[in-house]
Design a protein around this ligand. Structure first.
Ligand code: TTP
Length: 252
């Protein structure tokens, strides 16, 4: 287990407007973001985890005329038809969840309160929507409309969900493929290794090589903590402790 040799400023060195620091956990599908988020929650009372609203995507509320639908399933079953709709909805549901006011105990905590997001509005755009556009599953018009929505929503609300850092759980796509198979989420049955490889390269371009063209310079300068998630950490207390120590160092 090791961290990346890339040296970044720590979160604590950043000029933070509020006492609460916001950090997102990024990484490939099935790398273990939720497991890691739960670990963080257990390790620090001043850390609140905001889970990803996957269940909302699996159960989009119906109206009096329509029944509920599973948009995640629809997206995997007919990707070119549903990717744009999926990305627009995931952006909306994520923003709505992340805009909820923090619990009072977090605001009044004496230490450094941290909100941990599972993914962010940035991975929505620069990992998934961009990949779908590059694969031809979102057309040029849909991509333009999506980006327009994204930029507008961030102009309006970005300040309230602004990140001070990113934790990148990095693992080979083959490892993620194995973990994805083990968890057996019904909708993901058709996911192939080459899709995970593409998403992996997208994470690398954004968070390691910094070659993704981002909408803001500030975003490019966010500190990134790279953690090796290739080693299974779910059941190994020693590995967990090592990872937590690295995260605590990042917050100093
Ligand atoms: P992930 O956000 O990768 O969540 P996960 O449950 O795989 O995370 P982990 O196992 O690391 O805890 O993706 C959830 C599902 O939604 C996955 O099938 C990919 C899909 N998805 C998209 O297609 N587009 C998106 O923008 C997002 C955020 C997810």
């Amino acid at each position: 287990l090791s961290t990346s040799p890339i040296r970044e400023p720590s979160v604590g060195q950043m000029d933070v407007g509020s006492r609460i620091k916001r950090v997102s956990i990024e990484g490939n599908i099935a790398v273990g973001k939720s497991t890691f988020a739960r670990l963080l929650q257990k390790a620090g009372q001043d850390w609140e985890v905001i889970p990803e609203p996957v269940s909302k995507w699996q159960n989009v509320e119906g109206t009096s005329q329509t029944s509920a639908s599973n948009l995640l399933d629809m997206m995997y079953a007919d990707t070119p038809r549903w990717s744009y709709t999926f990305q627009t909805f995931s952006l909306l549901s994520r923003l709505r969840t992340q805009l909820q006011p923090p619990p009072a105990q977090l605001l009044h905590s004496s230490d450094t309160p941290v909100q941990v997001y599972e993914r962010s509005v940035y991975s929505d755009r620069y990992i998934f929507a961009l990949t779908m556009f590059q694969l031809g599953c979102i057309n040029a018009t849909e991509w333009a409309v999506y980006q327009d929505w994204h930029s507008f929503l961030l102009e309006q609300f970005g300040r309230l969900v602004q990140l001070e850092g990113i934790i990148y759980l990095r693992a080979p796509p083959e490892t993620c493929m194995t973990r994805l198979g083990m968890r057996g989420r019904e909708e993901e049955k058709g996911v192939k290794l080459d899709y995970l490889q593409k998403l992996h390269s997208q994470h690398e371009s954004w968070l390691i090589d910094k070659t993704t063209v981002l909408h803001s310079e500030k975003l490019k300068q966010l500190p990134v903590l790279v953690l090796d998630a290739g080693v299974g950490f779910e059941k190994d207390p020693k590995v967990q402790e090592m990872l937590i120590t690295q995260v605590k160092g990042f917050f100093k």
